[in-house]
Design a protein around this ligand. Structure first.
Ligand SMILES: NC(=O)c1ccc[n+]([C@@H]2O[C@H](COP(=O)([O-])OP(=O)(O)OC[C@H]3O[C@@H](n4cnc5c(N)ncnc54)[C@H](O)[C@@H]3O)[C@@H](O)[C@H]2O)c1
Length: 319
């Protein structure tokens, strides 16, 4: 089994590659992984080939899509904050590069499984409390619009038999280690990570804002499953809202206090940032995920468990 992961040096890409190489998931044994990213893939394993370049470059994509690839995970993307601020870059990477990659896959002797990581940012406008599977797409950001275009392309290339496409709409993933990033949702990790590391942080949205979230481990396990699930089990509906849990910003801060103490909670200042609110508060806070759950996809048990996952990772990194 050979797998290509674009964005293979990123937050989820690295974790996905490690999970694939562990070989104990539904995909079984993976013999080779090609990681295509602007940055070198840090996974140190002889089965990994790191290709450094841009997925917006047709020659790079043609070389990265090797003729015997079985599964393509397309994770490389410009995230929500940058897509909104730099329209042309967002369109080039999130839309044009997705088409380049699909075209390269179309030329292969056997259509590969093509897993596209989309986002709940494809939704917006008036929405019910719990978003059903057939909710109309109404993105309120460049990122959401670009992901929606990508979804349609993957479905159309799938319908034509050029790829075996699966679209995974990921919840917001938290707690993300490291530094804040260019996603509008960056604070969803920042309000836990920074206080636990003794640093100040800001919550820029109202405390009753509902967020649909997943831990990195749950998201990666679901992506592995998406790479392996037989097409017939999807019943002609290859777009999946991956399971998550609904938490409010207030509930997240309660968890922070429970697990990190009162001092950690006090490091979070409540602010009000229109630019962030306009994007994040347009996203749905809960989904009907009965079909993905029946297909074997899974969600975290609760938010405390997500915080513990991060704290365990910290403890491990510190030795
Ligand atoms: N993390 C989340 O909360 C979340 C939520 C919903 C959807 N997603 C989607 O999941 C995917 C992975 O997200 P992530 O959190 O790992 O992001 P990330 O920013 O950590 O990783 C993205 C990777 O893509 C690479 N990349 C960007 N432009 C590129 C280009 N032109 N050519 C090659 N590589 C390029 C970056 O170098 C980076 O390593 C993305 O498609 C993202 O839109 C993530």
């Amino acid at each position: 089994m050979k797998v290509l992961v674009t964005g293979g040096a990123g937050f989820l890409g690295v974790r996905l590659i490690r999970a694939l190489l562990a070989g104990d998931g539904p995909m079984g044994r993976v013999d080779a992984v090609v990681a295509a990213d602007m940055a070198p893939c840090p996974v140190d394993d002889p089965r990994v080939t790191s290709r450094v370049g841009s997925v917006a470059d047709a020659a790079f994509v043609a070389a990265a899509v090797e003729p015997d690839v079985d599964v393509v995970y397309h994770l490389a993307a410009v995230l929500s904050g940058q897509s909104e601020a730099e329209f042309d870059i967002g369109m080039r990477v999130n839309v044009d590069a997705t088409r380049l990659l699909l075209e390269a896959c179309r030329k292969l002797p056997k259509p590969p499984r093509f897993v596209f990581t989309s986002s709940l940012a494809v939704f917006g406008g008036p929405m019910p409390e719990v978003v059903p599977e057939d909710m109309v797409l109404m993105p309120q950001s460049s990122y959401g619009a670009e992901k929606a275009i990508g979804e349609l392309m993957v479905c159309e290339y799938g319908r034509k038999g050029f790829v075996d496409g699966v679209v995974c709409r990921l919840p917001t993933i938290t707690v993300r280690p490291g530094k804040p990033n260019s996603a509008a949702s960056s604070f969803v990790s920042g309000i836990i990570r920074e206080p636990l590391n003794g640093e100040a942080s800001e919550c820029p949205v109202p405390l009753d804002t509902r967020l649909w979230i997943s831990s990195p481990d749950a998201a990666v396990a679901n992506l592995v499953r998406a790479g392996a699930i037989p097409a017939e089990r999807l019943g002609g509906r290859p777009v999946l809202n991956l399971p998550g849990i609904t938490v409010t910003a207030a509930e997240m801060l309660d968890s922070l206090e429970r697990l990190g103490g009162k001092a950690a909670r006090e490091r979070v200042a409540l602010t009000d940032v229109e630019r962030i609110k306009a994007i994040v508060c347009s996203w749905p806070g809960a989904f009907d995920v009965s079909r993905p759950l029946a297909l074997g996809f899974a969600a975290d048990a609760d938010f405390d468990g997500i915080v513990r996952q991060y704290m365990d990772g910290l403890a491990h990194a510190r030795g």
